[in-house]
Design a protein around this ligand. Sequence first.
Ligand code: UD1
Ligand code: MG
Length: 456
Amino acid sequence: MTQAANAEKLAAIILAAGKGTRMKSATPKVLHKVAGLAMLGHAVKALDGLGLEKLVLVLAPDQDEVVEAASSWVKDPSILASAVQDPPRGTGHAVMAAMPQLAGVTGDVIVAFGDTPLVRPETYQALLAPRRNGADIVVSGFRATGPHMYGRLVLGQDGALERIVEHKDATEDERAIDLCNGGIMLIAGAHLADLLGMLSDDNAQGEYYLTDMIAHARAKGLTCAVAEGNAEDVLGVNSRVELAGVEMIMQDRLRRRAMENGATLADPASTYFSWDTQLGQDVEVGPHVTFGLNVLVENDVAIHAYSHLEGCIVHDKAQVGPYARLRPGAELMEGSKVGNFVELKKTRLGPGAKANHLAYLGDAEIGADANVGAGTITCNYDGYDKFPTKIGARAFVGSNSTLVAPVTIEDDAFTGAGGTITKTVEAGALGVARAKQSNIAGWVARFRSKKAKKGK
Ligand code: UD1
Ligand code: MG
């Protein structure tokens, strides 16, 4: 098989067995989220896009929840495998733990980290070009400024990578090198087992460093290259403070993506996205809007300030907020409107329908051009079960209506303001469900004179 053909076959190992003690968390570090997706999920998805034949996760013991979560992040879960590294004795040792899962895999292997969620598919792709040009190992590099603990990439006279020296083992001269190891590597599969066998733990940290493979590869006459990228992409997360820093960078990327796709963000810095938010063209987003997971917004939509959306679909020309809350299962059909302090859950608002003020609509189906008055509440829950409410096309629900589900307001029906509606209101009828008003003439004067007699 030619080298180039071999280079097209890819497997990957994600190292995620580090203890993550600095997170101070009962949750495994790699399951902490960035833009709503576990850090490991970002790594898995970016790698999955390369078309892997196998993806091995190296985990600490008792991390079944990580394996379970991972199967939802790949197109084909059959490529997934996991290995346990116990105890963690370095990045080289972690790759050794993965090897039994790679039996039968003949192509190249990418080694990636589970705690670097900003690595983009392009960063992994960038490793492939030097490999096609004949390098046996390609290492991601970047230029670092200021004090740091990264491994330094030592180049030979010809510019080829000679070895990697870990910060703790480096001399003063080596520490002056600004070209650093991003941590990601592509290794010709045929040499991997051999090179791992040459690692030792005779170093400052008493660990099997994956990075020592480079010097061994050079000694065997293999070629090693650097694919230089930017420092931001390979930022690792070790603490909650670093997690917040990475989140900010991810949010900036998502804001930029939304704007590049044709959305206007009035105040990008106060707009929060999830990794999977989809916004169409000419969507206007006011300040302080949050997009939770699984939101699809079509074209020409306005989402006004302080709205919170999650698990919902907003179709063309709909309007949302200010101060609206769209919860999972909300769907706003074309040209519909949800106004201030209105909450929707599992509710479809028909084309042109409106719920403009102060309402809770749950488990409801609302017809085209219906008007839901201020203060309308669907009573959809009896403490045990949920029940549906149906509001027909062109129906008009009076202000402060209480709709006790299951209940139907048919097409073109009205309900009087302040009603507690428990029965079907037939098409075209007015449903009134409140006590009749009676006025008592002269009552106020009698009341006041009684009080005056008591000296009040
Ligand atoms: C590593 C590199 C360093 C590079 C830096 C980039 C080595 C020896 N050093 O250092 O050159 O500049 O990354 O960020 O490779 N892990 C395991 N098992 C272990 C040890 C680590 O699974 O026994 C995992 C961790 O969970 C983490 C990743 O490997 O996802 C990297 O480990 P970490 O301890 O952060 O390596 P660094 O010291 O940062
Ligand atoms: Mg690290």
